[in-house]
Every structure is written in structure tokens, then in C-alpha cells.
Ligand binder design. Structure first.
Ligand SMILES: Nc1ncnc2c1ncn2[C@@H]1O[C@H](COP(=O)(O)OP(=O)(O)OP(=O)(O)O)[C@@H](O)[C@H]1O
Length: 627
């Protein structure tokens, strides 16, 4: 039977409990800790065997933990002190993804400091490019630790180049142990002016080094070293930049800061410099033009402009038939004066007045801005802008056309070519006032040289080419006697190391060149065609000379018939009539109609393709053909 429940009121019960606790605490206070613990354990042991077991195991652990935590505080304090001291003697430099030096540092490390690294990553093409540049530099200047490369090694597109993977590495430089850390983070999706930029993974690298008294100097020296390696390499290269959407670009001028621009310049591609004498021009054209540019670039000229409050800018229009060296000259000029080239294709439907302005704002003070085929870019006054599609000729297609076909007074061959070629429709969103604004508006960059090329200068708006905007207009004509002579001489005058096996050296090149030039009708054949003909017999000037009458006769015949001269460039002979017809306006109009019938999407696609074709052509002339 259960004992009857106590009827003691709550207040009394609490009072009793209080008295018991006070008494026990007095007992505890008067006993030693060991006695209290022993008593407690005794009580618990009697309470339950399971509890006794638990206590037996847990007590030593608890005692050990409390002992260690006493020392843990010491360890923690020591670590904090170490961190503090380290922060006082460690210097650190962070390099954001958009800074061009980041790639160069990776490339440098790939070649010099990764021998012992366990985790590596394969470099992307840009890193590979930097790495190759550095190698070439090392080869030229005899820097150690880089094996010499074959001349043609740069062409190995599939060469594997390693860079540090995500993580940290240590290396030595200038007697200091340095730490390199590569981190990757995603940039948030940004929306600016309606342009949605997809999130992108971006690299950040952090360089640090323990330097008690030198501060950040060792790191700065290291970066200087890497940069100088590249600067010297760059002396043999011309960099070519093209527009890129906000997140994809790596503007060298944004220094990692998130820019508000929707359009910027890409990270650029490096191409071997082209020499001025590789572009053969009449001396009466070349001399004054180069002198003019040279004078303009002289620092004294800049001072003079500033002191006279005249905007320090230059605009030059290079006009003439296709294949006369306008683009090549722009590339050579850049190479000669160590300027970078900023390529703009105004017919790109990605460009608007606003983005064009943004791009000009981001130009460095000394550079060449190349606006190619300005006449076919379709830039018009706002009130003249057609609501429908504009006919646009891609450069490659233009070169497939007969130079004289459909020629009107004042127009060079592209105009005729436009009538005959495969055409593509494209809209230009840049207006004339937008273009004029960037050329001479208040925000236009000072010090740059704007080169415009055109096959059809008469179609250009007078406002665009008026003095002040365009200071000089230079005709690049078909080959004169002088140009033909110079081209023959340049191609066949070889020094002994340039001779192939079994190839002989000719001492009578001057004589052969004159005989060659005598056969070239004046102002009729483009230097591009001449170059192509001569290169077809690159090792044998006599063969080139012997083949010249047929070459000239074929060109004259093709011109008379109004068919395609470009086949000679490819060395293919006359083009089949059927193919010619396939390129006719009728068939292209039909295909255009078909593509329109298929819907906007397919037309847009062809626009993109044409745009890419144009850029590819241009890059080839600017870059690959420069090599
Ligand atoms: N005057 C020249 N001297 C040496 N090579 C030339 C010359 N003109 C053209 N070429 C060669 O012809 C090719 C095409 O030249 P380029 O693109 O510079 O001509 P362009 O006048 O700009 O043509 P387009 O008007 O079609 O743009 C290049 O590979 C270049 O090497």
C-alpha cells in the first residue's frame, strides 16, 4: 500500500528545502574538495550501478579536458600573438581577375616555380600565350630556367602549359620566400542598362611574403620583374583589342574594380609587330604620312597642342581599292611606334551610340583606333537611317569581286562588288552624330590616332571627313612601277640564312625587279594580287618573271569580263560560271528572302556569322598575316 501523500503546504516544503541546501553547502564549504568529491561519488555509486559505470569512464575525461583547457588558453594566446606578429611583418598583394598582370604572374610561375607543385591546372589559351611570350623573352635575353624553343614552337597549338591550380604554393624570389594563393569566386549576376551578365567564375590571386623590415618591397620587385618580362616581350608584339560585353572583358584600366560600363575592351591578343617596310607604298605617299604621324607622336607636339588649347587628336582616312595595304599599314604603324590597336567594326549590331561612347572613354591616351570599311558600316544621320535592313558587304566577300565591276565615278571596287556579291543584311545602331561625338566630343580621348579605312570615300558624309575630324586623307592606290619593283625586290632578296635547302641566291634581283615592274600595267593591279603572284614562286624569281605575262593577261581579261579576280589570289584560275552565278545578287536575294521566310532567328544568325567573318578577316590581316 502506498504511503499517504504528505499534506505539507508548498511554502513549508520550500522552507525545508532551503534549510537542507544551506546545511549541505555549509558542510561542503567546511570540507576539502577531495572529501566533497569522494562523498558525491559514494552517493552516486550507491544510486545506480549504470550511473557508477558512466561516472567511472567520464570522470577522467572531464578532468583531462579541464586540465587541457587551462593550457588551451595559453596555446590560443600564443597563436593570436603569432598572427599579430605575422600581420606586422607579412606583406600581401592581391591581384584581381581583371588586372592583366594576373595572367602574367601565373605564366611566370608556370615556368619558374612549379617544379615541385603537386596540383596543377592546364592553362587556358590566354595563359598559354603569356607563357609563350615569356619563353620567347627568356630565349632572347638568355634568362635561365627556360629551355630554348624552336622558332616554330609557338605554332604548336596543342602545347600543354601548366599553371598553379586553386590553392597555395610557395616559391623563392630575390632571397624571399613568397606564398602564392589562387582563389576562385563567382561574381554575382549584374544587370546594367538592361544587359544581363551571367555569373562568372573569377580568379583572384594573393601574393604574400615574410619581410621584417622591407614591407611590400620584395613583392613589388617580384611584380616589377614579371611585368618587365612582359613589357620587353611586348616590344616585339602589337596588342589588338576588340569590344567585349561587360563581364567578359578584362579592361587593363579597370584594375579589378567592377565597372558600370556595359561595354569595354577585351584582354587583347598579341601579334608579332609588323614592320613599316613590309607594306610597300609609293615613297611620295609613305614619306609624308609617316612624317606626319611621327611629328604628332613627338612629346613636344603634345605640349604645343596643350599650350595652344588645341585638342590633341589625329584622324586619318586611308582610302583606295581593296588589297592596297590600308589595314596592313595601320598594323605596321602600330608596330613601328609601339602602339596598341583598338579595332572597331561599326557595322556590329552590338554597338550603339552609347556603347561606342563607353568604348572611347576607356581608350588609353596613346593608341590607334581602327575603324575599318567605314563606308560599308552604314553609319547615317538619324533622319536618313533606314527602317529596313541595309545591304552590307563582308570584307572577304568584297575581295572575291572584280575590282572594276560596276564602278562608278569616285568609287572603288567595293561599290561594284556590293552589286554583285553575296550580300548580307545588317543593321548598324551607331548614328553619324554618335560617331562624330566620339571623334571630337568633349569626352573624346586625347592623344589617340583614329584611322578610318574606306573603299568608297565619296559615300562618306562630309561632316565625318571634314578637316578637324579627319586631318589627312591618303589614297592607297593600285601598284605603281615603284611599288611593283619594291615588292619584287623585297620578296626575292634573301640573306643566306633565309635560303631553303637547294635554293640559290640571286644577285640580279634589281634587274629582274625592273623587268617585272615594266610588265605590270600602271595603277591596275593591287599589291595584294602582286604579292600573291610572287609568293607563288617564292624561291624562284625567274619563274615569277616568266609567269608574269600570263598573270597580267589573266587579270586584264578577268577585269574586262567583270569576273572574279580573287581566284588569282588563291591561285585557282578562273572561277566556274556556276559558282559565279551562285554569288549573284539574284540568288543571294533569294536566299535572303528564304532566310527571312524562315524567321528572324536564322537571319540574325547569318548576321552574326558575317560579323564574325569580318572580324576574322581583319584579325588575319592585323595579326596572322603580320607574322
Ligand atoms: N602595299 C602593300 N604592300 C605589301 N603588302 C600588301 C600591300 N597591300 C596589300 N598587301 C597584302 O595584301 C593583303 C591584304 O591587304 P590589306 O587588307 O592591308 O588591304 P586593304 O587595303 O586594307 O584592303 P580592304 O580595302 O579590302 O580592307 C595583306 O596580306 C597584305 O600583306
Amino acid at each position: 500500500m502506498a504511503p499517504p501523500k504528505s499534506k505539507m503546504p508548498l511554502a513549508k516544503r520550500l522552507g525545508a528545502l532551503y534549510a537542507l541546501l544551506t546545511k549541505s553547502s555549509d558542510t561542503i564549504a567546511s570540507s576539502s574538495p577531495e572529501a566533497v568529491l569522494a562523498k558525491l561519488l559514494e552517493m552516486l555509486k550507491q544510486a545506480s550501478p549504470a550511473l557508477r559505470l558512466a561516472i567511472t569512464f567520464s570522470t577522467p575525461i572531464i578532468l583531462l579536458y579541464s586540465a587541457l583547457s587551462k593550457y588551451g588558453a595559453v596555446v590560443y594566446s600564443f597563436m593570436a600573438l603569432k598572427r599579430y606578429i605575422r600581420s606586422k611583418v607579412t606583406s600581401q598583394i592581391k591581384i584581381g581577375a581583371s588586372h592583366p598582370l594576373q595572367r602574367q604572374v601565373m605564366a611566370w610561375l608556370a615556368q619558374h616555380a612549379l617544379k615541385d607543385a603537386h596540383t596543377l591546372a592546364l592553362a587556358d589559351s590566354a595563359e598559354t600565350q603569356s607563357s609563350r611570350q615569356l619563353s620567347r623573352f627568356a630565349m632572347i635575353y638568355g634568362e635561365e630556367a627556360v629551355k630554348p624553343r624552336d622558332e616554330d614552337e609557338d605554332d604548336k597549338k596543342d602545347e600543354l602549359v601548366y599553371v598553379p591550380d586553386i590553392g597555395s604554393y610557395t616559391f623563392w624570389f630575390g632571397g624571399y620566400k613568397m606564398r602564392f594563393e589562387r582563389r576562385v569566386h563567382s561574381t554575382p549576376t549584374a544587370t546594367a542598362s538592361g544587359l544581363t551578365v551571367p555569373a562568372q567564375e573569377q580568379d583572384t590571386i594573393v601574393l604574400s611574403c615574410l619581410s621584417f623590415f622591407a614591407g611590400a618591397t620584395p613583392l613589388q620587385r617580384f611584380l616589377e620583374h614579371v611585368k618587365n618580362s612582359n613589357v620587353d616581350t611586348d616590344q616585339a608584339m602589337t596588342k589588338i583589342f576588340r569590344p567585349a560585353a561587360a563581364a567578359a572583358r578584362h579592361s587593363p584600366y579597370s584594375l579589378g574594380a567592377q565597372s558600370t560600363y556595359t561595354m569595354g575592351w577585351d584582354s587583347g591578343i598579341s601579334r608579332p609587330k609588323r614592320k613599316l617596310d613590309a607594306v610597300t607604298l609609293d615613297s611620295k605617299v609613305q614619306g609624308p604620312l609617316i612624317k606626319d604621324i611621327q611629328d604628332y607622336l613627338d612629346p613636344r607636339t603634345k605640349l604645343w597642342y596643350i599650350s595652344n588649347s588645341i585638342p590633341y587628336r589625329k584622324g586619318v582616312l586611308l582610302y583606295g581599292p581593296p588589297g592596297t595595304g590600308k589595314t596592313s599599314f595601320a598594323a605596321a604603324l602600330a608596330g613601328e611606334y609601339g602602339l596598341n590597336v583598338y579595332l572597331l567594326n561599326l557595322s556590329s549590331n552590338k554597338l550603339t551610340d552609347h556603347t561606342l561612347e563607353e568604348l572611347f572613354e576607356q581608350l588609353p591616351s596613346k593608341c590607334i583606333v581602327l575603324l575599318e570599311d567605314i563606308d560599308s558600316a552604314g553609319v547615317k544621320r538619324e533622319d536618313m537611317r533606314e527602317p529596313v535592313r541595309r545591304v552590307k558587304l563582308s570584307k572577304r566577300k568584297s575581295q572575291m569581286m572584280t575590282p572594276d565591276a560596276g564602278m562608278q565615278p569616285g568609287l572603288f571596287s567595293n561599290a561594284g562588288a556590293t552589286m554583285m556579291s553575296t550580300v548580307s543584311a545588317q543593321r548598324s545602331s551607331v548614328t553619324l552624330s554618335g560617331l562624330l561625338n566620339v571623334l571630337d566630343g568633349v569626352r573624346a580621348a586625347e592623344g589617340r590616332i583614329v584611322l578610318l579605312t574606306s573603299n568608297n570615300p565619296d559615300s562618306l558624309d562630309k561632316a565625318l571627313v571634314r578637316p578637324g575630324r579627319i586631318d589627312k586623307k591618303v589614297l592607297f592606290g593600285n601598284a605603281s612601277h615603284e611599288v611593283a619593283t619594291k615588292m619584287f625586290t623585297r620578296i626575292f632578296s634573301k640573306s643566306p640564312p633565309q635560303l631553303l635547302e637547294g635554293e640559290q641566291r640571286f644577285d640580279n634581283i634589281a634587274d629582274l625587279a625592273k623587268q617585272f615592274a615594266d610588265q605590270i600595267p600602271l595603277d591596275t593591279v593591287s599589291p595584294a594580287l602582286i604579292q600573291c603572284h610572287l609568293l607563288g614562286h617564292r624561291t624562284d624569281p625567274n619563274a615569277a618573271l616568266a609567269a608574269t605575262p600570263v598573270f597580267v593577261a589573266d587579270i586584264l581579261e578577268e577585269k574586262r569580263r567583270g569576273t572574279n579576280v580573287a581566284n588569282f589570289e588563291a591561285g585557282l584560275g578562273a572561277r566556274p560560271e556556276t559558282q559565279e552565278r551562285a554569288d549573284s545578287p539574284a540568288s543571294s536575294a533569294e536566299s535572303r528572302k528564304t532566310s527571312q521566310d524562315l524567321g528572324d532567328e536564322s537571319t540574325e544568325e547569318s548576321e552574326e556569322t558575317d560579323e564574325e567573318d569580318d572580324e576574322e578577316d581583319l584579325s588575319q590581316v592585323m595579326g596572322l598575316e603580320m607574322a
